[in-house]
Each structure stands twice: as C-alpha cells, then as structure tokens.
Ligand binder design. Structure first.
Ligand code: VGL
Ligand code: ZN
Length: 208
C-alpha cells in the first residue's frame, strides 16, 4: 500500500550522536538510513525531529555530580534516565545524519530544548507540555503517522504512543528503527506499542 494523502512520515532523531561513533550511539543505528531514504521518497509529507539539548541539560549525567550515565534520578515530572552529553544545540553531534535524504521535509520539531525538562516524545515533553505537533498535524489534515528512526525504546516508542493518544492512526516501520535495548527494553516497547494499537509494518509494505 502506497502512502495516501492523509499520511505523514515522522523521522525521529536521525542525528550524528545516535549513529556509530556518536556520543550516544544506538547499536546498528546507521542501518535505519537506507530504509528511511526509501520511505521518504514515497511520502509527499515528511516531518523530522531533532533531539536538541542546551549545555548542562537535566538528562546529562554530567549535570548531576556523582551520578553516571544509565542511572536514573528523580525529577518533579518523574524518573529521569541519565545519558552521556548528547545532541547539544548547534553541535555536529546534534546535526541530522548527512546520509539522510529528506530535503522535502516540511517541519523539524526540536525537543528537549528546555534545560530542566527532557522530551523523548515529539508530542509532549516529560512534564506533559505539548510541543504543538499534534495540533500541526491535525490542522494539516493528516490522519496517519508513520514513524521511523532512533531509538525504538525511547524517542520512537514515546512518540508513537503519544501519536496514538492524540488520536492518530500510527504505524512503526520495524526495519527502519533501532533501539538502545537495556534489559529487554526494545521488546517491552514493541509490546506497549502494539497493545496501544500501533501497527508494526515493514518498509516494503509502504515503499515502492
Ligand atoms: C533519545 C535518549 C536520550 C532518543 C534521546 O532519541 O531515543 N534517547 N535522548
Ligand atoms: Zn536526548
């Protein structure tokens, strides 16, 4: 089935820091680029997201003396996983992957730009502040969001779940995502997404 008029491709966080050699490299992360380029070619409408943190961001372990990456700390909005410094605003690591071919993308949503709040989801920040993406997509008349990118168990899953919660039909392209995968977190993310009504599809299901 080819993309229809109500479909938008949402490409999550395909940025240098999440690729091999990057500050928060997702295993095999660069494998998403070829299928995403193939998908993007077939979609009239593409939206990108960019993880976009100020220096000293609350999600950086370096902002919490004595804490290490992959530990969690309590924040007013809930538990915050700590990461290596990554996707710092304006740096090469935060730049979109040079191999990504989606020049016709019509919107870039930047998230995690407030120093004290993280945002895995492209729709709502960790403190539930909306990013405006749901309103944008609704106003443009899109009804289905096709999600791909990095990382399956964080920004992809949270984005797909919030797209469902906002009332959109949602499909995640299994071969066009890769996960960080701590203690089975990728399997858990898929189970949660499927339980929420997210469709699990392959690039070949929707690309030429
Ligand atoms: C992400 C951890 C921290 C992601 C972003 O894009 O999945 N993960 N920031
Ligand atoms: Zn981040």
């Amino acid at each position: 089935m080819r993309p229809g008029a109500g479909d938008v491709l949402l490409v999550v966080d395909v940025q240098n820091d999440f690729l091999p050699g990057g500050a928060l490299a997702v295993p095999d992360g660069d494998a998403v680029i070829a299928p995403i380029n193939r998908l993007a070619e077939g979609f009239a409408h593409v939206v990108l997201t960019q993880d976009w943190h100020p220096p000293g961001h609350v999600s950086f372990a370096t902002s919490h003396p004595g804490r290490a990456p992959f530990e969690a700390v309590a924040r007013p909005y809930g538990s915050q996983m700590l990461w290596p410094d990554h996707c710092v605003q304006g740096t090469e690591g935060a730049a979109l992957a040079p191999g990504l071919r989606a020049t016709h993308a019509e919107l870039v949503i930047r998230k995690g730009h407030r120093r004290d709040v993280d945002s895995y989801s492209a729709f709502v920040e960790a403190d539930r502040t909306p990013t405006g993406l749901a309103g944008y997509l609704r106003e443009r008349g899109f009804t289905r969001v096709v999600v791909c990118g990095l990382a399956t168990d964080y920004c992809v899953a949270w984005t797909a779940l919030d797209a469902r919660a906002a009332g959109f039909s949602v499909a995640v392209v299994a071969d066009a995502v890769r996960g960080i995968d701590q203690d089975g977190s990728v399997a858990r993310a898929w189970a949660e997404m499927v339980a929420a009504g997210v469709e699990r599809i392959a690039t070949g299901d929707i690309a030429a």
